[in-house]
Design a protein. Structure first.
Length: 88
């Protein structure tokens, strides 16, 4: 399964933050230095889905805020449920 995200590094805490241009927006507490934000993103995604970090791979956008991740062995419905964005 492929997941497109938009991240905001150096946030006060790591959390789901809604939508941004058709992608899920995630605030990441880690800075975008030495791959720290990418690693924190992978850890957050794996934690939200309840899977091992090795099943989440960054496939594009390593140095960009727009990223694409590939997630092995997880159904689209499970991803949708884990990252359901609440609208006011």
């Amino acid at each position: 399964m492929r997941l497109d995200v938009y991240i905001q590094p150096r946030a006060s805490k790591t959390e789901l933050a809604g939508m941004h241009g058709g992608s899920i927006k995630i605030r990441i507490a880690a800075p975008p230095v030495d791959n720290a934000a990418n690693l924190a993103l992978i850890e957050f995604i794996a934690q939200q889905l309840g899977i091992a970090k090795r099943r989440v791979r960054l496939i594009s956008g390593a140095s960009s805020r727009k990223k694409s991740l590939e997630i092995d062995g997880v159904a689209a419905d499970d991803i949708s449920a884990a990252f359901r964005v609440q609208t006011p």
